[in-house]
Write a protein that binds this ligand. Structure first.
Ligand SMILES: [Zn+2]
Length: 139
């Protein structure tokens, strides 16, 4: 498969576990922005079996620690984008990856946010669909 994240150079890997690896983001939001990537090709988070996910989150945790301690980051953001409606390009790779982004200044965090208000309609809809999901999950 012609997938950038299935064909990572060994030199690029900063840290790895059995099934996951960490590389620097080539288009970082801040200095130290890294990606935690499964070695197996998954496109979306809900495809990953629980044990593999646990292993990946362990690596995310280690990245957070390394960035806080090693780069003196004051905070982090952990993020995953699933955007199948966007064509693959320099910024979009259709192979699951979790972003770990360090923050150094309050401004780093603030500039990510352009938020709107939660409406009662959306809140009601969310309550409904989660309740329905929870009911099905217990069957
Ligand atoms: Zn891949």
């Amino acid at each position: 498969m012609d997938c950038r994240f299935c064909n990572l150079s060994r030199d690029a890997i900063l840290l790895e576990s059995n099934g996951w690896q960490v590389v620097a983001d080539l288009h970082p939001s801040t200095d130290g922005h890294v990606l935690v990537i499964p070695k197996k090709h998954y496109e979306v988070l809900h495809e990953v079996p629980k044990e593999e996910l646990t292993e990946g989150m362990e690596l995310v945790k280690q990245c957070q620690l390394v960035l806080l301690r090693g780069l003196n980051a004051k905070g982090t953001q952990i993020r995953n984008n699933y955007v199948p409606f966007v064509n693959e390009n320099a910024y979009v790779v259709r192979h699951l990856h979790l972003h770990v982004i360090p923050f150094y200044e309050p401004q780093d965090f603030k500039q990510l946010h352009n938020r709107k208000e939660l409406t009662p309609q959306i809140l009601e809809k969310l309550k409904l669909i989660f309740k329905e999901y929870d009911k099905q999950a217990r069957l």
